[in-house]
Design a protein around this ligand. Structure first.
Ligand code: GLC
Length: 494
C-alpha cells in the first residue's frame, strides 16, 4: 500500500515541552508535579524515619512495621541438594514448582505450572481457597509423579506472601490480608493446619517443611548464586523486603536465648511503613485508594508503590480531572469504562511511559481501545506526565526502604536482589530507584557511567521457587545438625 510506511522510529525521550498545552491544563500538570514530587531532602527524611521504624519493629514493644522473624537461619552455601516442591501463593497467580538442587554448585533444575488465581477466591471463603490450592497441587503431582497413593510425602516450601507471625518455620499466623485479599476466618489464625487439612482430604502426599515469604525466598535464592546479596525485595503486586539480622539485635526474641551472632532472616513487611502518616506526603488520590481498600489505614507505603495501586492512582487522577476540575478533560466523552475501580493495572502506565512517539500516538490508541476515550494532544501530554510522576514517585520511595536497611546494617557496598512485575517491567523503575539511592546516600558522581554503584539493586533469582526449595533444604539440614529452634513438627523433617 502506498503511503503506509513503517511507523517512524522511536524518538520520544521523557517529558514533552508543553509549549502547546493550554494554560489551565498546564496549571493541573504543575499541581500534580507538586503533589507527586519527592525531593532529595524528603527522601532523606523518610529514610531516617524508616531506620527508626525498622528498629522499633524489632523491639519488644513492636512497631508499625511487623519485622517478622522467619526462622531462616543461614545463607545457602551453593552446595544444597535435594528435590522439593514449592507452592507460590503470591497475589496474582498460583504457581507450583518442583525444584532439584543439583550436585553442581549453585545449579538447579525446575519444572513448573501456573494456575490463574480466580478473582472471586480473593474475597471468598477460606475453604474454597484451600481446596483450590490443594487441587492444583494434586494435579501437578499426578502429572509429574503418577498415582499419588504410591508416593512418599514430598517436602514442600510454601510461599505465602502476606504478613504472618512465625513462632516456627512451619507455622504462619496471618496478621492481616494485604494486596486486596479479604477472606474471612483466616486473619489471626495459623494457615498451615487449614492448608494441611485440604491436602489430607484429597490424599495429596506433601509434608510442609517451611512457610516462607516471597522476599525471604528472593533473598535466599539470590544469595545462592551471588554472595554479595544482602537484601531481597519484591516490587510487584505488593512491595516488601527481607534481610538477614543477628538474633542479638532482635530484642523481641530475647526470651528465646538464641546465640546473639546467629543469623535470622527478617521479613520486614515494610508495606506498613508510616501507616501513621508522619513523613509520607499522601495526595488526595492516595487517601481515596486507602479509604476504598478492604483494609483502610494499612499498608500506607505499599499503596504508593506497588503494582496493584499504580494504575488506580492514575485512574483516580483522570476521573478527578474530568469531573471536578476546571480543565474538564475528555469533555463530552463517555468515561464510563474509566470509572470502574481497578480497571487499569500498572501495565497500562508502563505502556504510556513506553510510548516512543513524539505525538504519543500509542497512548492515544491505548485510550481509544481500552477506555473508548479519544484524548486530544494536550490531554495526551498531561496523561504522559501523570504516568511519569506516579512511576517516578514509586521508584524513589522504594529506594528509601533499601537505603534504610543498608543504613541500619551499616552496608556500604552490597547487592540487593529484586523481583516483581514493577521492578522487571515498569520502564525506568530501576534507573529512577538507583538515582534516588545515590541522592539519599550521598554517593559522589560516577567517574565512568559504566561503573557499578556501591549498592546495586539487581534482578533476583526466582525466590518463590528456588528460594522456597533452598529454605526447605536449609531447614532440613539444620534440623539434621540438631538446631531445632523454630521447628513445630520435627517429624516432618525426618
Ligand atoms: C505484601 C505482603 C508481603 C509480600 C509483598 C510482596 O506487602 O504483605 O508479605 O512480601 O506484598 O508480594
Amino acid at each position: 500500500m502506498v503511503g503506509l510506511g513503517p511507523k517512524p522510529p522511536p524518538s520520544r525521550k521523557g517529558t514533552g515541552s508543553f509549549v502547546d498545552v493550554p494554560k489551565d491544563l498546564l496549571k493541573e500538570i504543575k499541581r500534580l508535579e507538586k503533589l507527586f514530587t519527592v525531593d532529595t531532602a524528603k527522601l532523606k527524611q523518610i529514610t531516617d524515619h524508616f531506620v527508626n521504624e525498622l528498629e522499633k519493629g524489632l523491639s519488644k514493644e513492636g512497631g508499625t512495621i511487623p519485622m517478622n522473624p522467619t526462622w531462616v537461619m543461614s545463607f545457602p552455601t551453593g552446595h544444597e541438594t535435594g528435590t522439593f516442591l514449592a507452592l507460590d501463593m503470591g497475589g496474582t497467580n498460583l504457581r507450583v514448582c518442583q525444584i532439584t538442587l543439583t550436585e553442581q554448585k549453585s545449579e538447579f533444575d525446575i519444572i513448573q505450572s501456573k494456575y490463574r488465581m480466580p478473582e472471586e477466591l480473593k474475597t471468598g471463603v477460606a475453604e474454597d481457597l484451600w481446596e483450590y490450592i490443594a487441587e492444583c497441587l494434586l494435579q501437578f503431582i499426578q502429572t509429574h509423579h503418577g498415582d499419588v497413593s504410591k508416593l512418599d510425602k514430598i517436602p514442600l516450601g510454601f510461599t505465602f506472601s502476606y504478613p504472618a507471625t512465625q513462632n516456627y518455620i512451619d507455622e504462619g499466623i496471618l496478621q492481616r490480608w494485604t494486596k486486596g485479599f479479604d477472606i474471612d476466618g483466616v486473619e489471626g489464625r495459623n494457615v498451615v493446619p487449614m492448608f494441611e487439612k485440604a491436602l489430607q482430604e484429597r490424599g495429596v502426599p506433601i509434608k510442609l517443611t517451611a512457610l516462607i515469604n516471597d522476599t525471604t525466598g528472593t533473598l535466599i535464592a539470590s544469595a545462592y548464586t551471588d554472595t554479595k546479596m544482602k537484601i531481597g525485595c519484591i516490587f510487584g503486586t505488593g512491595c516488601n523486603a527481607a534481610y538477614m539480622e543477628d538474633c542479638g539485635s532482635i530484642p523481641k526474641l530475647e526470651h528465646l536465648n538464641l546465640p546473639p551472632d546467629t543469623p535470622m532472616a527478617i521479613n520486614c513487611e515494610w508495606g506498613a511503613f508510616d501507616n501513621e502518616h508522619k513523613v509520607l506526603l499522601r495526595t488526595p488520590y492516595d487517601e481515596l485508594i486507602d479509604n476504598d481498600s478492604p483494609r483502610p489505614g494499612q499498608q500506607a507505603f505499599e499503596k504508593m508503590i506497588a503494582g496493584l495501586y499504580l494504575g488506580e492512582i492514575f485512574r483516580l487522577i483522570m476521573v478527578d480531572l474530568h469531573d471536578n476540575r476546571d480543565v474538564n478533560i475528555f469533555a463530552g466523552q463517555d468515561i464510563g469504562k474509566l470509572r470502574r475501580p481497578y480497571t487499569l493495572d500498572s501495565s497500562f502506565l508502563s505502556a504510556i511511559e513506553d510510548d516512543p512517539f513524539e505525538n504519543l500516538s500509542e497512548t492515544r490508541e491505548l485510550f481509544q481501545n481500552q477506555l473508548g476515550i479519544d484524548p486530544n494532544s494536550s490531554e495526551l501530554e498531561l496523561i504522559r506526565r501523570a504516568a511519569e510522576l506516579i512511576g517516578t514517585r514509586a521508584a524513589r520511595l522504594s529506594a528509601c526502604g533499601v537505603a534504610a536497611i543498608s543504613k541500619k546494617k551499616g552496608y556500604k557496598e552490597c547487592h540487593v536482589g529484586a523481583d516483581g512485575s514493577v521492578f522487571n517491567k515498569y520502564p525506568h523503575f530501576k534507573k529512577r530507584g538507583a538515582a534516588a539511592l545515590r541522592e539519599i546516600l550521598d554517593w559522589p558522581a560516577k567517574a565512568d557511567p559504566d561503573d557499578d554503584d556501591p549498592i546495586e539493586i539487581l534482578a533476583a533469582e526466582d525466590g518463590s521457587g528456588v528460594g522456597a526449595a533452598l529454605i526447605a533444604a536449609l531447614t532440613l539440614e539444620r534440623v539434621k545438625k540438631g538446631n531445632m529452634h523454630g521447628i513445630l513438627h520435627p517429624k516432618n523433617f525426618q
